[in-house]
Design a protein around this ligand. Structure first.
Ligand SMILES: [Zn+2]
Length: 270
């Protein structure tokens, strides 16, 4: 059975409070042996670190763009302190989840930008890659990366154009694919998954979010049952979509995407 790495999983989310250990067990049972747990705000730094230690995963520390509105300026100092305190923790593999969200209306873009650039500088100074949240914001993110060079990372749940994808790759980034690519109508994402250089692809679930098509409930169905929860055990089935799009075996897909994840987040090899 192939070994898989879920490069983006919010295992600390409240959706997993009732059965977190069972979720990790189910993932292991299908070969998803490593999970990368990104933070979203200072308040969950300890949670992702502890979960990574308890379950043998890895974690990232950062302030997510959708949490910037409620973050204090001093949270950037707290991130800096946390990166220093845990500098020699082998399970700390990146700064993230950071980025820009230009999709959700009404957000303070200037404040997002300030937090993004400040966190890039912290990643650069710590010598860590970054895990990026990209939503209608690829060009602005790229501009920041050209100003403040970081040692690569992952553009997670990538949804930009082919030109933008190539620019991220040229800056040393891998692109994260997961539940979205399993939806047949996601033509652009499937085209990218099918045609990007193979070294650029990593797999992720973004659990509990971005359910694959077999878990997805449309608006009418959600009237009678809640949106289903995504979980890391779904990763190998998502990978079947990538394998089919590329004409690869599942074993090759696992080996390649795991090697790419190790390139993007070298700390995973520790
Ligand atoms: Zn995320």
């Amino acid at each position: 059975m192939p070994d898989w790495i879920d490069t983006h999983c919010h295992l600390d989310a409240h959706e997993f409070d009732a059965d977190r250990a069972a979720v990790v067990e189910r993932a292991r049972a299908v070969g998803v042996t490593r999970l990368v747990l990104p933070a979203v705000e200072v308040a969950n730094f300890n949670a992702v670190r502890e979960l990574a230690h308890v379950h043998g995963g890895a974690y990232a520390l950062g302030i997510h763009p959708l949490y910037v509105e409620h973050a204090a300026d001093a949270d950037l100092d707290r991130l800096q302190d946390a990166l220093r305190t845990h500098r020699s923790d082998p399970r700390l593999v990146a700064v993230g989840e950071i980025g820009l969200d230009h999709f959700v209306p009404g957000l303070d873009r200037a404040r997002q930008e300030r937090f993004y650039l400040a966190q890039l500088a912290l990643a650069r100074d710590a010598g860590l890659p970054v895990i990026l949240h990209v939503r209608r914001s690829a060009d602005a993110l790229l501009k920041g990366l050209r100003r403040i060079g970081v040692p690569g990372g992952i553009a997670h749940a990538f949804n930009g154009s082919e030109v933008q994808a190539a620019l991220f790759v040229s800056l040393g980034f891998r692109l994260g694919f997961g539940g979205a690519m399993t939806h047949e109508r996601a033509l652009q994402i499937r085209r990218l998954a099918a045609t990007l250089p193979e070294q650029a692809l990593v797999l992720e679930t973004d659990a509990p979010d971005i359910p694959p098509h077999w878990l997805y409930r449309n608006a009418a169905q959600r009237g009678t049952e809640p949106q289903a929860r995504n979980e890391p055990a779904e990763l190998p089935r998502m990978a079947q979509t990538l394998a089919a799009l590329r004409g690869w075996t599942l074993q090759h897909t696992a080996e390649l995407t795991s090697a790419n994840a190790l390139q993007a987040l070298p700390g995973l090899a520790r």
